[in-house]
Write a protein of this length. Structure first.
Length: 185
């Protein structure tokens, strides 16, 4: 009888260990899925920028510094596509700031504000920014779940055994970058 009790306890412990391992794998996969979602939205934004710049160039020929800031920030963000979430957040924050300055400067050009192509790109860019925000929330929620599982007992034991690590949140460090630029036309 004692042998059966011990066998049942061992099977229960092993079963619980398998459950914890699978939960860690699921959380890691959700985190990777979330990061992929952010990456897709950032690529969509990067693809919109050259068209927006082409539309704006004709109207803002003497605003070369602003246009170059957006171009260089976009290039840096694309070059950092394999960076960690923390590094990528810095690069994307710089791009967001440069785009905000571009849209703010565009306010001084009445013909540009009336250009339907510019308005379409601006609307598309706002839509992508909203999607980035949603993807970032999803990713950060998945990271939270993974990090809790990696640090909580008893799953921390399984996490350490199989080398699961905490993931980084995707956060903007600069408070000014957190604010979505408001542009009134």
């Amino acid at each position: 009888m004692t042998g059966w009790i011990i066998l049942i306890i061992v099977v229960a412990v092993l079963g619980y260990g398998v459950y914890l391992y699978n939960d860690l794998v699921r959380n890691r996969q959700l985190t990777q899925e979330g990061w992929s979602g952010i990456d897709v939205q950032l690529k969509r934004r990067a693809d919109l920028i050259p068209n927006l710049l082409e539309t704006v160039k004709g109207y803002m020929s003497h605003e070369r510094e602003t246009l170059e800031a957006v171009t260089s920030a976009r290039a840096a963000a694309q070059a950092g596509s394999n960076a960690t979430p923390e590094e990528r957040a810095k690069l994307e924050g710089a791009l967001t700031g440069a785009l905000g300055r571009l849209l703010a400067v565009a306010e001084a050009y009445p013909d540009l504000k009336a250009n339907t192509t510019f308005l379409e790109f601006q609307k598309a860019l706002q839509g992508v920014e909203d999607e980035i925000q949603l993807a970032r929330r999803y990713y950060n929620g998945a990271v939270r779940n993974l990090n809790v599982a990696v640090e909580s007992f008893p799953s921390a034991i399984i996490a350490n055994m199989f080398k699961f690590t905490k993931a980084e949140y995707f956060e903007l460090e600069n408070a000014a970058d957190r604010a979505v630029p408001t542009v009134k036309f």
